[in-house]
Design a protein around this ligand. Structure first.
Ligand SMILES: Cc1ncc(COP(=O)(O)O)c(C=O)c1O
Length: 381
């Protein structure tokens, strides 16, 4: 299998991730608890270690500002529904994944005002258009760092500056950038960062992350047991337990820690350089085939490892099925849970074909994928 669906879930994982999952489940797979028995204490120690690693990785001031959730969708729901109330105004983009778009639609039905700033032809949002959209009742800006359809990387630091100058919160959906691009919540002016553990951070599915720059009072989402302050009749105010209740996914968190440790060992710059090289090669190969329409920035440095395209004579869903069945290539076709992004680039409702590379892809795999696309286009001519 040539796996080019890393934007959905990265695969394979570093060997350490598999090893830690099994070892943790066998040796310390107990409920974490500070005052408990030794297996419980080991689980608690590991969670703190992973929290600390992630805080360092994303520039959060203290480990307690990293909360574990289910996935990026969960983190975004917690942030948006825990901050916005009827009468508030929020600015977003037309490129958002449904994990932002749907919560905002629900909030809009409850009286939250939503402005969607349009993107240019390659998916870039103009920070000045965001500034112009600010109103008296604007509370926050929520935007993806990198589009899951186009790979386009947004000027987050500039948006952070605009948010700060206007007393707004910046919530960033980093599902497609975490583990691919450097992110520092302090330097980038990100108030809340939401991302998945199972994509660029190379962990298993089942863990999401929410990072807070400051002690922003996000309303608790799920209330219940936190393993501490059990005498309190209500959810603790302090982070991270304000947003964490119930038995956490200890095995997933342990393995996520191993994924991030791998990234630290290899170096984000090295990972980025490898993915850039693959994307350049992919773009070059696809551009050499007439009948391929590529979306997003021409310059690989303005995108992540995502390349989306359509083929003359092919419906994306059919092309995806042939790539899988005949060529053993895993691609993602359709709307990628981002219908507005497809409307913005004129590919709604059929969508397009998305190849998304990862650190473990090779040049040979990219060349085989390009050769398969060439044959597909030829067969339809
Ligand atoms: C930009 C973006 N945001 C959010 C999500 C949702 O991530 P998760 O599956 O971890 O909830 C995705 C998933 O593909 C995404 O690409």
């Amino acid at each position: 299998m040539i796996y080019l669906d890393n934007a959905a879930t990265s695969w394979p994982k570093p060997e350490e991730v598999y090893t830690v999952m099994e070892r943790f489940l066998r040796e310390a797979g107990a409920n974490p608890g500070r005052a408990g028995h030794r297996m419980a204490r080991e689980a608690e120690r590991m969670i703190l270690e992973t929290r600390t690693r992630l805080a360092r990785f994303f520039g959060a001031p203290v480990p307690e500002r990293v909360a574990f959730t289910l996935n990026a969708t969960d983190s975004l729901n917690i942030a948006l529904k825990g901050l916005l109330k009827p009468g508030d105004h929020v600015i977003t983009s037309s490129l958002e994944h449904n994990s932002v778009a749907r919560p905002l639609n629900r909030l809009a039905a409850l009286g939250v005002e939503v402005t969607r700033v349009a993107n240019d032809s390659v998916g870039l949002i103009d920070p000045e258009a965001v500034r112009k959209a600010i109103k008296r009742n604007t509370q926050l800006i929520v935007i993806n760092h990198a589009s899951n359809v186009l790979g386009t990387v947004q000027p987050i630091r500039e948006l952070g500056r605009i948010a700060k100058e206007n007393g707004l919160l910046l919530v960033v959906d980093a599902a497609q950038s975490a583990g691919h691009l450097p992110i520092d919540v302090e330097k980038d002016g990100i108030d809340i960062l939401a991302c998945s553990g199972h994509k660029g951070l190379l962990g298993p599915p089942g863990v999401g992350i929410l990072v807070l720059k400051d002690e922003i009072p996000v309303s608790p989402w799920r209330e219940g047991g936190t393993g501490s302050r059990s005498e309190s009749p209500v959810q603790p105010e302090a982070y991270p337990y304000r947003l964490e209740s119930g038995t956490p996914n200890t095995v997933g968190i342990a393995a996520l820690g191993a994924g991030v440790a791998f990234i630290e060992k290899v170096g984000l710059a090295q990972i980025r350089a490898h993915e850039d090289m693959l994307v350049n090669r992919l773009l070059e190969g696809l551009r050499s085939i007439s009948g391929v329409k590529i979306y997003g920035p021409a310059d690989a440095s303005l995108r992540t490892g995502i390349v989306s395209f359509n083929l003359a004579g092919w419906e994306p869903v059919d092309a995806g099925a042939v790539l899988d069945h005949v060529y053993g290539i895993a691609a993602r076709t359709g709307l990628h849970c981002a219908p507005w992004a497809h409307e913005a680039i004129g590919t709604f409702p059929a969508g397009c074909i998305r190849f998304s590379t990862g650190y473990f892809n090779t040049v040979e795999e990219i060349d085989q994928a390009v050769a398969a696309v060439r044959e597909l286009v030829r067969s339809a001519a």
